[in-house]
Design a protein around this ligand. Sequence first.
Ligand SMILES: Nc1ncnc2c1ncn2[C@@H]1O[C@H](COP(=O)(O)OP(=O)(O)OP(=O)(O)O)[C@@H](O)[C@H]1O
Ligand SMILES: [Mg+2]
Length: 506
Amino acid sequence: MTVDTTGHILDVRGVQKRFGGVVALHDVALALRPGERHAVVGENGAGKSTLMRIVAGILAPDSGEVLIDGQPVGRGATAALDAGIALVHQELSLVPELSVAENIDLGNCPTRYGFVRRREQREHARAALAEIGVDLDLSEPVGRLSVAARQFVEIARAVARRPRVLILDEPTATLTPSETSHLLGLLGRLSDQGIAILYISHRIPEIFELCESATVLRDGHLVARPDLADITGDELVDLMVGRELAKDLRTERRERAPGEVVLRARDVSAAKVRHVDLEVRAGQIVGLGGLVGSGRSEIVRAVVGADPRTSGTVELRTGDQEWTPLRSYARAVRLGVAYVPEERRAEGLALGMTVADNIALPSRGRLNRLGVMRHAAMASLAQDVIGRVGLQPPRPRHEAGQFSGGNQQKIVIGKWLAGSPRLVVLDEPTRGVDVGAKAEIHQLVRELADDGAAVLLVSSDLPELLDLSDTVHVVRDGRVVGTLGSQDATESAVMRLAAGKEEQIV
Ligand SMILES: Nc1ncnc2c1ncn2[C@@H]1O[C@H](COP(=O)(O)OP(=O)(O)OP(=O)(O)O)[C@@H](O)[C@H]1O
Ligand SMILES: [Mg+2]
């Protein structure tokens, strides 16, 4: 496919990139006019992040070139930054111990005689935050901020460099709807100033709201470069997956008759959790809605025993009339609790281990006989799970760390499907997962409930939360502030409860 390059600020030509046997990018071109708002879309593993990292000089291509104003950009991230290309990463790259101000200035410090001038640094950071319309304490260590706030610090850092091309790799995955519209408004204004925006997201409505044009990648190939005014969301999805899938994605929600109470939590308190009561029945999906930072993750962590509780009891039904207290996370896992955490890279996956080994971890007990892992059983388990979650590429012997972001999430979910969990706790299970895989994961969650598992779900994706849950508890400030049945759970009802009176950014 050839791309007309007249009047372009950015030109990417003939980019090839291979990782061992995997061709991540195959002769890909990309061109942007000043102020153009351009989406890069494709399924998990299509090559989006790889292409962006090459444009930003973080990764060297095997061949091909990146030009700004017709001039080749030198190798390396610094050269790309100097040429005006700034990247906001998919996995955040801030230093948790450093303050907001220090992070915004990272690698961009006003120095004199080798000293960082703190006053200048703070002024600079203050201006950058003001520009993006976000109010944060400049001296707060970034590690103490919510994920959403960290995301805005990362964006402030990129904007502070006055880039000519601003790349954002799934920036809204951790944002609430109001934070997302704040960001989209900001990006619109930056593009009016002539900054070209390269925007990666799996959320189709967002892409249409912000972008004029898109590059569609499929298996590392550039398959289309549509003007978004000319096509529908379903047509864009069909281009991404290469078949008519969009209409298969709509699933009917089914009424389920819940069984006995499986999880019983009474008066649970912990850091950021205040006196929470919860019950989940067999075959029931209970959703926790609320803003990012409202304490939903803390509630589920306290429930499964991943974080210490300061009060309350949590019990799991382990027999007809038998209840077992959940005192520690290790115990919970032994009793059949499956927990998919929010921070999948840190907690959910052993990145250096193979897919097959990761999948076998929770099922160790079953697979171990006389202390010897049954390799054949392990291999067939891995094959089964890989098929069920649609892992790409479907390679059980590859290290988990080599998979794209969305595929890593599939491995985390897949490893819990292998057992037959009594209670499944999912925290943002489809963050960063592409449309097709998301529908597959939703189906898997429903199947788990249909097979009798009790499911506790945290999701900031409102359509997902409303679609899957039989009951939604809305959380604010670590408390349940309202409960909605599937009939009255609407997006606005959840958001009203979640926001309390006033709604604010970060
Ligand atoms: N460091 C690496 N080592 C080996 N393979 C890699 C590495 N980085 C990426 N890949 C492979 O390159 C391909 C493209 O990955 P990439 O991360 O660019 O996908 P993506 O489109 O960003 O997906 P996602 O939507 O899941 O973020 C995938 O097959 C991935 O497994
Ligand atoms: Mg990616």
